[in-house]
Write a protein that binds this ligand. Structure first.
Ligand code: SF4
Length: 684
């Protein structure tokens, strides 16, 4: 019997926990703790513990598939790649911007880097986006404007050094359990915990102060906290004067948000707002943690910038135990953005609309003139397809039928295309609509790197050979590039690709494959070969061009829809501990499915009582955009007038109820956390 232990990184949430994959006779059999990994110190949540279970699932894709007369047939790689190349070449002759790419936060940095380079150099388009558009796009844009860098400012272990932890729109105990563990440890060290959420979540149950906010009123609450902080003289005058710009305008705006009037808007009593402001403002080191409850709104960027204002006002940036900490959802959503799988930015967040940036890339990639026209974002790509302004989409490891707003419209959009190519490990709901499906390797069959939520770049190591004829995602693009006549993709290994990434991505410049062999990985920015990496950002100066943090005064904007007689509830969405994203992977794990496989909607007992709804009763949720059926879960953990629906279950996917028409004007984020809805009993 041959037993092998391969240290690698969990394929699920943005914590980026290390784990050991155990294989027996070259077949993956289980997971063991990897105690030296600094993120999780050997501990794992249920998802990580059973992350090996989907790898050898019988439904894994093993050969390329081509659709003929509405049915898939097996094809050779040569046939599939030649067919894609021929279709793409015809479209490129007309206009390369008629082709778009969806990249994947579940794939490695190397996969995503090669995808964006292929799109830009072989096809000639910047139509490249990833799921960050629908999760932390507002973080990337909002923090760039205020701090000059769109990432978590501090480190996961640093949470334990906080005196006060302010958690808003985030439930780490379920969504990022190994960060939840740090919060519990901080609490036992004496930290005070404030949680702001419409649900009394497992995280909220740890709080010293819990504020059940009406969804969509975050800006009013944060402005009011700043109102109290300034009134009480708790602002950090030194920090404001020396390290920031724009304070006066902020002070003028927050004057208009006294707790007494904000109470009516947010549903939080004025005394509780004052208590939270004093708790956060008086603590030595206060850290803010947030997640999709902040970003997945049509005013998501406003929410992010408001939190930047709060952190800068109290000087809680650029020091240990403090900071503004967005928790990224997927394992590599930080990395996919870092390496340039974005419609407006090259690797390293370089603005390619600037001629010198494009010229530098042309030189480094050895390619001809690059397209300087801005690419389309995810919802714009799908909208273009819906209006027949897009001819082909290539999707790597994403399932937009499930994950994008307005499921039925997404299906129509994809069916409108001349060519849809999907590269994945399973035949997802999106892959079923494709013309050509390419089988990719899973995380356990890959080498490469993931970058976790705290900017830590870590090695992913191959523990098994690919199943069937599956190929690594990056390899597929190299093979397709060759068929299309490009000589720019002759990489011999993931290490070679990573080395190229470090040359074009300043944040990664000092990293090498060898340095990443260390269990600690490296946190960017790591500008030179001797640099130890950066656990805390903005210590001396901000990453903006002038080195100062910028206050962005924000007024509360209203939600696209507010409750009325017809649709009296606010419907919010989120995750459960046993599943990840659209459950494409966790749904193939027997253990996790045994724990949780059925959807539900949470409803407050008094609301249920008024509607005559019993616990576990099958009900209908209806709104202006669609309807779904699911079971009621009656719980006083949800605020009255609010419903909560998990995002993981296809039979009642929340995106059957979302709307892609009203978007955040800057980030194109739809409203995903505060929809309106009503509940109907199903007769008989
Ligand atoms: Fe994996 Fe996240 Fe769980 Fe860690 S906390 S084991 S990264 S799912």
């Amino acid at each position: 019997m041959k037993l092998e232990i391969t240290p690698t990184i969990c394929p699920y949430c943005g914590c980026g926990c290390g784990l050991n994959l155990v294989s027996v006779n070259e077949k993956i059999k289980g997971v063991e703790p990897w105690k030296r990994n600094p993120v999780n110190e050997g501990k794992l949540c249920p998802k990580g513990n059973f992350s090996h279970e989907f790898v050898n699932h019988k439904q894994r894709l093993k050969t390329p598939l081509i659709k003929e007369n509405g049915k898939f047939r097996m094809a050779s790689w040569d046939e599939a790649l030649n067919s894609i190349a021929n279709k793409f070449k015809t479209i490129i002759d007309e206009d390369p911007d008629l082709i778009a790419f969806l990249s994947s936060a579940r794939c490695t940095n190397e996969d995503n880097y090669v995808l964006q380079k292929f799109a830009r150099t072989v096809i000639g388009t910047n139509n490249i986006d990833n799921c960050a558009a629908l999760c932390h796009g507002p973080t990337v844009s909002g923090l760039n404007l205020t701090f000059g860098s769109g990432a978590m400012t501090n480190s996961i272990s640093d949470i334990e050094k906080s005196d006060c932890i302010f958690i808003i729109g985030s439930n780490p105990l379920e969504q990022h359990p190994l960060i939840g563990r740090r919060i519990i440890r901080a609490k036992s060290n004496g930290a005070e915990i404030i949680v702001i959420d419409p649900r009394y979540t497992p995280t909220a149950k740890q709080a010293d102060l819990f504020l059940p906010l009406i969804p969509g009123t975050d800006v009013a609450l944060i402005n009011s906290l700043m109102h109290v902080i300034i009134q009480e003289g708790l602002e950090d005058i030194d920090f404001i004067e020396n390290r920031t710009l724009g304070f006066e305008k902020l002070r003028d705006i927050v004057k208009n948000y006294p707790p007494e009037s904000v109470e009516k808007v947010t549903g939080i009593p004025a005394t509780k707002i004052e208590e939270a402001a004093l708790m956060y403002g008086k603590a030595g080191n206060s850290s803010i943690i947030y997640c999709l409850g902040i970003t997945e709104h049509t005013m998501g960027m406003d929410n992010v910038m408001s939190l930047s204002n709060l952190a800068m006002l109290t000087g809680n940036i650029g020091k240990e135990g403090a900071g503004l900490n967005p928790l990224r959802g997927q394992n590599n959503v930080q990395g996919v953005c870092d390496v340039g799988a974005l419609p407006f930015l090259y690797p390293g967040y370089k603005k390619y609309v600037l001629d010198p940036v494009r010229e530098e890339a042309e030189c480094q990639w050895g390619c001809g003139e690059l397209n300087g026209l801005p690419g389309l974002q995810m919802v714009e790509i799908l909208e273009a397809a819906h209006e027949c302004r897009m001819k082909a989409i290539f999707i790597m490891g994403e399932n937009p039928v499930f994950s994008e707003p307005e499921t039925l419209k997404v299906k129509e959009s994809l069916l409108n295309l001349e060519t849809l190519v999907v590269q994945d490990i399973f035949l997802t709901e999106t892959a079923e609509l494709a013309d050509i499906v390419l089988p990719a390797t899973s995380w356990a069959e890959k080498n490469g790197t993931f970058t976790n939520t705290e900017r830590r770049v870590q090695r992913v190591r191959k523990a098994a050979d690919p199943l069937g004829e599956a190929r690594a995602d990056w390899q597929i693009f190299c093979d397709l590039a060759k068929v299309m006549g490009s000589s720019l993709f002759s990489y011999a290994s993931e290490e070679e690709i990573f080395s190229e990434i470090t040359k074009i991505t300043p944040q990664y410049a000092g990293m090498t494959w060898k340095r990443l062999e260390n269990a600690d990985g490296l946190q960017w920015p790591c500008p030179s070969k001797n640099h130890p990496g950066t656990p805390v950002l903005h210590m001396e100066k901000f990453a903006t061009s002038h080195g100062k943090g910028v206050f962005k005064p924000i007024e509360l904007r209203s939600l696209p829809e507010t409750p009325d007689e017809e649709y009296p509830f606010i419907l919010s969405t989120g995750r459960v501990i046993f599943h990840y994203h659209n459950s494409n992977m966790t749904g193939k794990s027997e253990t996790l499915q045994n724990e949780s496989s059925l959807s539900f909607v949470e409803i407050h007992p008094e609301d249920a009582d008024k509607l005559g709804i019993k616990n576990h009763e099958q009900i209908k949720i209806k709104n202006r955009h669609g309807e779904i059926k699911t079971k009621a879960r009656i719980t006083s953990d949800i605020a009255q007038g609010v419903l909560f629906l998990p995002i993981h279950f296809l039979d009642c996917a929340p995106n059957l109820l979302t709307n892609s028409k009203v978007l955040d004007p800057s980030t194109k984020m739809p409203e995903l956390k505060a929809l309106t809805a009503r509940i109907e009993k199903i007769s008989g």
